[in-house]
Design a protein around this ligand. Structure first.
Ligand code: G3P
Length: 232
């Protein structure tokens, strides 16, 4: 269970944290910290893990209850559907990830309506692409903010545009801010009202850091030692 469940904010309205990795050790650590609502993987992350997609995805699904995105690699509709069937059999929480192409959108609609599975439409770089994904019934849209920043444009501006469009029409597709590179991306996504961020493990863990927290804690501990007391 995520920490968001423990407070007064219902989970449905709280920002979700997904980790963007296929590293089992990292996933387990973040899960044990209570920080994880889901996981996203992609072919590059599977390569980095050194494992086989079915085995790695199964291991992740055994740890995390929430959506675990596993990506098809076919580019043609029928082959995408065949791969989606294979990935869906791994676990009930596998969310099928498809690319933002015409075949990918067709697969999205079919997976949602016929297989009744979650779909994450990935490689989104424009508001119109996000509009198409929502119309195809995507559960998640993944705009890649870091890669947009790399080109000199502002990735967070896209998150803002998609938020406005989805709110205009009450689309239920969740905005999954992807290609997150910095803690500032996470803060900006939260300020805009993105539903989810997926970030590398190091970025998620870095959210806790502040030098004044470290300094303050050191001072409290030093003063406490001088009291000679113990609690309990
Ligand atoms: O999962 C897709 C996305 O998060 C990739 O990020 O850093 O490779 O642009 P990056």
């Amino acid at each position: 269970m995520c920490l968001a469940d423990a407070g007064r904010i219902p989970k449905e309205t709280a920002m979700k944290f997904f980790v963007d990795t296929a590293d089992i050790k990292e996933i387990k650590e973040l899960h044990d910290l209570g920080l994880l609502d889901g996981v996203t993987t992609n072919p590059s992350l599977i390569l980095k893990s050194g494992g086989k997609i079915a085995e790695v995805t199964k291991q992740i699904c055994d740890i995390v209850e929430g959506p675990v995105s596993a990506e098809v690699v076919a580019t043609e509709f029928n082959q995408m559907m065949a791969e989606a069937e294979v990935l869906a059999k791994i676990a009930p929480n596998v969310c099928i990830k498809v690319p933002l192409t015409l075949d990918g959108l067709k697969a999205c609609k079919t997976i949602r309506t016929e297989m009744k599975r979650m779909v994450n439409v990935t490689l989104c770089f424009s508001a119109n692409q996000a509009l198409l994904a929502a119309k195809a019934g995507a559960s998640f849209i993944s705009p890649f903010v870091g890669r947009i920043d790399d080109t000199g444009s502002d990735g967070m501006e896209l998150i803002s545009e998609i938020r406005t469009i989805y709110d205009n029409y009450d689309f239920k597709t969740e905005i999954l801010t992807a290609s997150v590179r910095t803690v500032n991306h996470v803060k900006q996504a939260a300020l805009i009202g993105a539903d989810v961020v997926t970030a590398p493990p190091a970025t998620l863990k870095a959210l806790v850091n502040h030098p004044l927290t470290d300094k303050g804690l050191a001072a409290f501990l030093a003063d406490w030692a001088k009291t000679g007391q113990k609690i309990g």
